[in-house]
Design a protein. Structure first.
Length: 558
């Protein structure tokens, strides 16, 4: 059976997961993990079209079949092209929450339990029919005693227990896979599952989403084109989120936009400008700007909702991203490599020739292509795909940026197919370049370096004393790892071994020749010649020769 000790209480859920593997064409994983006896032979039947589908399609179907936890994990994984190949990412972005709303009575019970007050005392008006429902929670329209219309997001009563059970099982299966499958151990599957699980657990805490919304609201306070809903903290906690209700049209309702006379091109321009200002001016941005999270308001402004997924770019990361953009624009492969190295971690032993070859192919794809035909999100994700192939670690915040850009391009393309996001991005790219060359920026960078060197200078006497102590005690050890030097040393050792071999052969020949000549010209009988000297000498010399040859060959440096 499974062998998970006390986890046996989740046996039925294990069976559901194993059955879903088998039904979607992943039966080989079940066999490799030794879980074939968990389900009956009848449950091994595949969906009739499973084999004809790609791995990405089958994985998406597998996740959707298993429900909310797996769907959310898949959606989070779709933002990580550093973990998964582009073909699978392309399928995971289409994952949908297919859930029915939970009853109003349960929603009321959650609110009253969390705040210790009757629903009517908290909200004088509360619409029993939810506005939207998803795997983690659903949203109801309500009104406060002060008259403000609010949207109340309520967590599903049983979702936390369901998620924790599923995550526990996923972590157990990942551990089992690492023990049994080489590829799982090689990619550190447990670490990947743990990282995705932590992201999902964070989404279960609605206070985090509230803080994200409040932070973006403060940084966007001077932007007249965007509205961020206000968070009402007296009615918000880990299980309930109460925010200002934005009355407008979601971009998912394209027909309604046309009926009300909204200018699609203008909406596209404003959305791109808003998100780019968040990214490049503030470094804290809405990382999931899909049509359901964007609202066109009657006054022409754009409302953003659902801040469960946000991205962050430190000043250093923005600087390196600017370097990458400039290198891409100049078709500078060496610059691209330097930017990737600065943003990620290029592993030791990487084939730099192969990396440059792949980057050259990527450069050729976009070389001399008009800006109107370039999709910035696609270009960034193509770059991440190259990094994935060469096992280069790209920081999650940067992959979140690539995901946001790709989603953003999908939104604006649906509004206006002729719209070019690069046309709007170009001024921001120029701004990055100007900021890099700004004397104030350079002065600040030099000042920071001066402070670092000053700290180093203060620590230098103590470091020198420590070094002197190690030298006196004879404990100083220096490791030098220079490939060229190592090759040179190996060549010298090989040459000296061959020279030793030649000398021994020569000495052996001289000794034997001397013994033979001496025996042939010696006429007087002596006690020495009563012994088989030649034979004994030959045996001793042969043993010495064989021992030397064995030592040399064992070193591998002959």
């Amino acid at each position: 059976m499974i062998g998970f000790g006390r986890k046996i209480r989740h046996l039925q859920r294990y069976r559901d997961i194993v059955k879903a593997f088998a039904r979607n064409g992943f039966g080989f994983i079940v066999r490799d993990l030794g879980l074939a006896d968990v389900i009956s032979r009848a449950d091994w039947s595949e969906k009739h079209d499973a084999r004809s589908r790609s791995i990405g399609e089958r994985l998406r179907m597998f996740l959707e079949e298993l429900g909310p936890t797996f769907v959310k994990i898949g959606q989070i994984a779709s933002t990580r092209p550093d973990l998964l190949p582009a073909s699978i990412i392309g399928e995971l972005v289409h994952l949908q929450d297919r859930v029915v709303p939970f009853p109003f009575e349960q929603a009321r019970d959650v609110i009253e339990e969390q705040f210790g007050e009757p629903l009517g005392k908290l909200f004088p008006e509360f619409d029993e029919t939810p506005m939207a429902a998803a795997s983690i929670g659903q949203v109801h329209l309500a009104r406060l005693h002060t008259g403000e219309a609010v949207a109340v997001k309520i967590q599903r009563p049983d979702i936390r227990a369901i998620v924790e059970t599923d995550l526990e099982i996923m972590e157990n299966l990942a551990s089992l896979a690492e023990r049994r499958l080489d590829w799982a151990a090689r990619i550190r599957l447990r670490d990947i599952v743990y990282e995705l699980a932590e992201s999902l657990r964070a989404e279960l805490d609605f206070t985090i989403e509230g803080r994200n919304a409040e932070r973006i609201g403060k940084q966007s306070a001077s932007d007249p084109e965007v509205r961020i809903p206000k968070i009402y903290w007296d009615y918000t906690n880990r299980h309930v989120l109460t925010m200002e209700y934005l009355d407008g049209v979601k971009l998912t309702d394209a027909n309604r936009l046309d009926e009300l006379g909204f200018d699609r091109k203008k909406i596209a321009e404003r959305i791109v400008g808003i998100v780019f200002r968040q990214i490049f001016d503030n470094g804290f941005f809405h990382a999931d700007p899909h049509p359901g999270n964007i609202i066109a308001l009657s006054d022409g402004t754009i409302g953003l909702i659902d801040f469960g997924m946000v991205g962050r770019l430190s000043p250093t990361m923005k600087y390196h991203f600017g370097s990458l953009v400039i290198a891409l624009r100049r078709n500078n492969v060496d610059g691209i490599v330097r930017a990737i190295d600065a943003m990620g971690v290029i592993p030791e032993g990487i084939d730099m020739r192969a990396l440059r070859a792949d980057l050259n192919k990527l450069r050729d794809k976009y070389y001399d292509v008009p800006l109107s035909r370039i999709r910035l999100g696609e270009a960034v994700n193509d770059l991440f795909a190259v990094a994935y192939e060469h096992k280069i670690d790209i920081p999650p915040d940067l992959t979140m940026l690539g995901k946001a850009l790709l989603t953003l391009e999908g939104v604006v393309t649906s509004l206006d197919p002729a719209f070019s996001i690069v046309d709007v991005a170009e001024p921001f790219g120029r701004k990055l370049l100007v900021e890099r060359l700004d004397p104030r920026h350079l002065t600040e960078a030099l000042w920071q370096k001066a402070l670092e060197y000053a700290d180093l200078a203060k620590e230098m006497p103590a470091m020198l004393r420590e070094l002197s102590g190690l030298l006196k005690q004879g404990r100083l050890r220096i490791d030098i790892a220079l490939p060229e030097l190592d090759a040179f040393v190996k060549k010298i050792v090989r040459t000296s071994n061959r020279l030793s071999f030649s000398i021994v052969l020569l000495a052996f020949s001289i000794v034997m020749a001397g013994l033979i000549i001496g025996s042939s010209i010696g006429r007087q009988a002596t006690p020495l010649w009563n012994f088989p000297v030649i034979e004994i000498g030959f045996a001793i010399a042969a043993v010495m020769l064989l021992w030397l040859l064995y030592s040399i060959f064992r070193s591998g440096r002959f």
